[in-house]
Design a protein around this ligand. Sequence first.
Ligand code: KIV
Length: 277
Amino acid sequence: MSTQPEPAKGARARKVTTRSLLQMKAAGQVITALTAYDFLMAQLIDQAGVDVILVGDSAGMVVQGFETTIPVTMEQMLYHSAVVARGVERALVVADMPFMSYQVNPDEALRNAGRMIKESSVEAVKLEGGEILCPTIRRIVDVGIPVMGHLGLTPQSIHKFGTYQVRATEPGEAEALRRDARALEQAGAFAIVIEKVPAELAREIAELVRVPVIGIGAGPGCDGQILVSHDMLGIYDKFHPRFVRRYAEIGREMRAAFERYAKDVRAGEFPSPDESY
Ligand code: KIV
């Protein structure tokens, strides 16, 4: 696989679109994606040249302190999505549809997807689930809203499965995953996130469908990779799944800075005369 060409120095990088992601897959260029929930983080990720920024409902865990993504509401996702979209110039911005905002029926899903696009200025929405969601995906795509699918470990169904263990290790489940991926593509999804499945199966699915397959804990054979930013930065410490590579230990640095500040204030060493008027 080739890597993406660097834009010329000083040149404005081209906006990433659903179409350019398809072209990247066809050209064998690996797609990069990360999550963001606020303006500054989105701006930094965009400046780093990451192709897709997902406003994940993982916000429920890494920003809001819930145990799962389930309590996250439409209003909260609209807020996170709007502040992220304001920080991004180049990346494609995708927003997660929160639990129960799209499961009841296709009309309600369409209304909520429309709110996400109109009120938050994101460019696409992501839904968790396979074949069963296809009528909903068709309804949303038909009015011009791009949909990203999400298969494998689907965190909004955590209470159904009762575990965050690797999915599709049994032949029957693996076959269902292949079927779901094909169905999502036929329903019009422009890309599919596949979470925590065996690497060989993910590679096979990436070869099976024309749309980009973006993996998280799904090995190197996917068309792209996504991680939760707070995990890869070492800010969120509650879980450390094997598939997360820690690129920094920002949480440790932040804690040390807060401790130094508190120590200086208590010792009367902050503010100094130079820091006073
Ligand atoms: O909510 C999220 O952050 C996600 C990623 C794990 C893909 O869906």
